[in-house]
Design a protein around this ligand. Structure first.
Ligand SMILES: [Zn+2]
Length: 92
């Protein structure tokens, strides 16, 4: 019972990281329902990978004065998602 629960939790956390990457621009622009933003913040609070990514995106937004998906270096998102998978695997 407990083992099954923790397995589901880990899956949920990994999905939250991928979801975070998908919606981070909306989050930074405030174009996100408060309830969803609060859920993301709860995840960021316990995820070093997403905290680092959020800081990187904020820095990018500061530098260019706006935040567009095209501003993220090509392949950066794929590399990040791969880094998440590697990190999550090492935590398992
Ligand atoms: Zn995360």
């Amino acid at each position: 019972m407990w083992r099954r629960f923790s397995f589901r939790r880990r899956r949920a956390d990994a999905l939250a990281c991928i979801e975070f990457v998908e919606v981070v621009t909306n989050y930074l622009e405030g174009a996100m329902p408060a309830q969803e933003a609060a859920r993301l913040e709860a995840h960021i609070g316990q995820c070093h990978g997403c905290t680092a990514y959020l800081e990187q995106m904020r820095e990018t937004a500061r530098l260019v004065g706006r935040l567009m998906v095209e501003d993220v270096p090509a392949g950066g998102r794929d590399r990040l998602l791969q880094a998440f998978r590697t990190w999550k695997a090492s935590q398992a």
